[in-house]
Design a protein around this ligand. Sequence first.
Ligand code: ADP
Length: 292
Amino acid sequence: MTTDIRPAVSAASAGEGSSLARGSSDINAATRSEGGQGVDAVVSVRSLNVYYGSFHAVTGVDFDVPRNRITALIGPSGCGKSTVLRSINRMNDLVVGARVEGQIFYHGIDICSPRVDPVEVRRRIGMVFQKPNPFPKSIYENVAWGARINGIKGNMDELVERTLRQAALWDEVKDKLKESGLALSGGQQQRLCIARTLAINPDVILMDEPASALDPISTLKIEDLMRELVRSYTIVIVTHNMQQAARVSDQTVFFSLNERRQGVLVEASPTRDLFTKPQDQRTEDYITGRFG
Ligand code: ADP
């Protein structure tokens, strides 16, 4: 039996508990409280462990991702930030040898369940990668593709314009929509990839070091865009740049390595608190540059 991603109300009224419909595209934003999920948490990670073959890369991770907030995952290289991020939309399913244990509740539904369709999860929880990766197609087609796979019909020109405006790219590309997305600058390509993700109509956007390949001005544009987008979406960002986490995020989750070189969550706090009054000595050592 497969599991439905469908509006929480109908799933509840159908009496199916955490039922996610394979192939359905109508998860709504209603929140059900399950698995200890807080009222405002869109995603709740519980007892997450990730293995690559016999290597136990991440152990015992718990945190909540609040709605309409930016959550930054920080910590030294190799502590499992990207691994945790990839778990949130089942991207680790695509990594050979990766195994995920634990629960990740999305609107109260455990998306780690084998009954949940990972394609549907990725439609609702989109991802933007470190290196901009537009398709070798026109700017227009890069955005329209997302809408088409989401089954959106209607006026595609309007949708492409609206989405490019949302991604703060419209003014720069409106006269060259038929040109290749690959002809844009790195920063523009990244905003095009964000537009492509938005066109799929997610409610959570995962970003894996989205600005690390960009120059400082393009980086600030991406950060401004994130602050704008978070009014409508929930964002989780991995960054190796502490200043960036401090500038853009509302909540910061700090990871470190334990004595067995496994990634562990040390502290999840409001960003201002984490950088001004960290609760853990390891956090303090990291943010003051004593290690990492
Ligand atoms: P971070 O994002 O914090 O730098 P990662 O999540 O990339 O950390 O990696 C965490 C650990 O898992 C590291 O030891 C890394 O070498 C290992 N790892 C990541 N991806 C793979 C993979 N595909 N196969 C094997 N080991 C991996």
